[in-house]
Design a protein around this ligand. Structure first.
Ligand code: CA
Length: 444
């Protein structure tokens, strides 16, 4: 057995020299070259069409319902292609990793330069600019983790300067059960939440609009095939159960959170909106960007159910992450978004395989379409902070924006965008597409 036995191997679909007959797939900086092939659910804007699954390629969406009917797929890939054209991707997720791999291989072949199927598939393309998107799957359950030790330390310092990191942090992947009903897709705006807060120095709470509205830069992990209740997913099998990754913004009401979070953790401060990007980048597409999983010298080794050689050798992913902000003034001037932070998923303290293994170790059942958030992904330096709470040191140091504006927390009309991409020598650059949301005024 090699040390990569339970991870997706590299194959010809990752070849950086591979090109598509669709020229826009080769455009510099394009998120969706033929090496990516992420899945989503779409329809043409302004039409009362049915939602159906699609695959992003260049500036187009390959309509998988249409492509599946075009007769270009055969064998296991044909069954997977049909599931990939459904109104939600749960059926595709349930098929499992061998089916996802067969479909990726087939998609790569039919979209390649020189494919005999170009003519049949050109009629199955819809321009991304003409599309609207919905959640790619019905989410049964949503869990949010806390896997950045830098985020946990930065936030902990604000509340407990002498003891920022809780003693369980290096042993347990910390998480809480979130709310699936208010997970929305990129582009869907939402109202500033109202709730109870305790103003500084006050002895009783007030009720009103959140004054400290924040974003959280996260990745979402979409579960594929599930497990039966009482039968944990072992670390070595964990990645076979993960369909892919998406961007995730876990919007947070910090003043509501500060008042409500003890002793059971965040509640209404987190359940008013969570935004995901429309495209799910498969784990197989991410295979070229793996890194060893490392812990700082002196930190405890994970307990045996969270530790093995493969996870150590390749359990981390080098995914570049960015937060962008556009204020109403910037939008009016036509300014480009301001980049607030940049970091990488490589800094996470726990790997995604460890999150899945830990989540199920007590017997919890996962289902296709369950969503796990990584938790805010902050890196080791101050400019790599994945939330305003950290960037502004609890609201004490405003962030300066182009044009002279500043922010401590988000204001009405502000648009937050997240971006993610992978690049390294010898591999294609692939991206995750947009993940944006705009803050609307609170209910009056
Ligand atoms: Ca979070």
């Amino acid at each position: 057995m090699t040390t990569t036995a339970h991870l997706t191997p590299l194959n010809d679909t990752h070849d950086p020299t591979l090109t598509s007959w669709l020229a826009s797939a080769q455009a510099p900086g394009c998120d969706f070259p033929i090496q990516n092939l992420p899945h989503g659910v779409f329809r043409r804007k302004g039409k009362s069409e049915a939602w159906r699954g699609g695959v992003a390629i260049g500036d187009q969406v390959l309509d998988m319902a249409a492509a599946s009917g075009a007769g270009v797929f055969s064998g296991p890939a044909a069954r997977a292609a049909q599931a990939a054209g459904g109104a939600s991707l749960n059926a595709l997720m349930a098929l499992g990793a061998p089916a996802w791999r067969a479909l990726r291989q087939a998609l790569s072949e039919v979209l390649r330069t020189g494919s005999p199927h170009e003519a049949a598939l050109r009629g199955c393309l819809v321009a991304q600019d003409d599309c609207e998107f919905t959640l790619p799957a019905r989410i049964g359950d949503y869990t949010d983790f806390y896997t950045s030790i830098y985020h946990a330390t930065n936030v902990g310092k604000l509340f407990r300067p002498d003891n920022p990191l809780m003693p369980n942090y290096k042993w347990v992947p910390i998480g809480y059960h979130g709310r699936a009903s208010t997970v929305v897709v990129s582009g869907q705006d939402f109202r500033r939440p109202q709730g109870q807060t305790l103003p500084p120095g006050a002895s009783e709470p007030r009720f009103g609009p959140c004054q400290r509205l924040d974003y959280e830069l996260e990745l979402g992990i979409w579960m594929g095939s599930g497990n039966a209740m009482g039968e944990p997913i072992a670390l070595a099998d964990a990645e076979h159960h993960v369909f892919g990754l998406t961007l995730l913004n876990d919007w947070s009401a910090r003043d509501i959170q500060a008042w409500e979070y003890q002793p059971l953790g965040p509640f209404l401060s987190k359940n008013f909106a969570t935004t995901v990007s429309p495209w799910i980048v498969t784990l197989e597409a991410l295979a070229p960007y793996r890194l060893p999983y490392q812990r700082p010298a002196g930190d405890p080794a994970p307990l045996p159910y969270l530790e093995d050689a493969v996870n150590r050798a390749q359990g981390s992913l080098d995914i570049q992450l960015e937060v962008q902000l556009t204020t109403p003034q910037m939008q009016a001037r036509g300014d480009a978004p301001a980049v607030l932070a940049r970091t990488s998923y490589r800094h996470a303290y726990w790997t995604l395989a460890q999150l899945v293994a830990h989540h199920t170790v007590g017997g919890c059942a996962m289902q296709p379409g369950d969503l796990l958030g990584t938790g805010t992904l902050s890196g080791p330096t101050a400019t790599e902070a994945g939330a305003l709470l950290e960037l502004t040191v609890g609201g004490k140091q405003p962030v300066a924006l182009p044009g002279g504006e500043t922010r401590t927390f988000l204001q009405d009309g502000d648009t937050v965008g997240l971006a993610a991409w992978c690049e390294r020598p010898g591999a294609a650059r692939i991206g995750f597409g947009p993940c944006t949301g705009t803050i609307l005024a609170a209910l009056s």
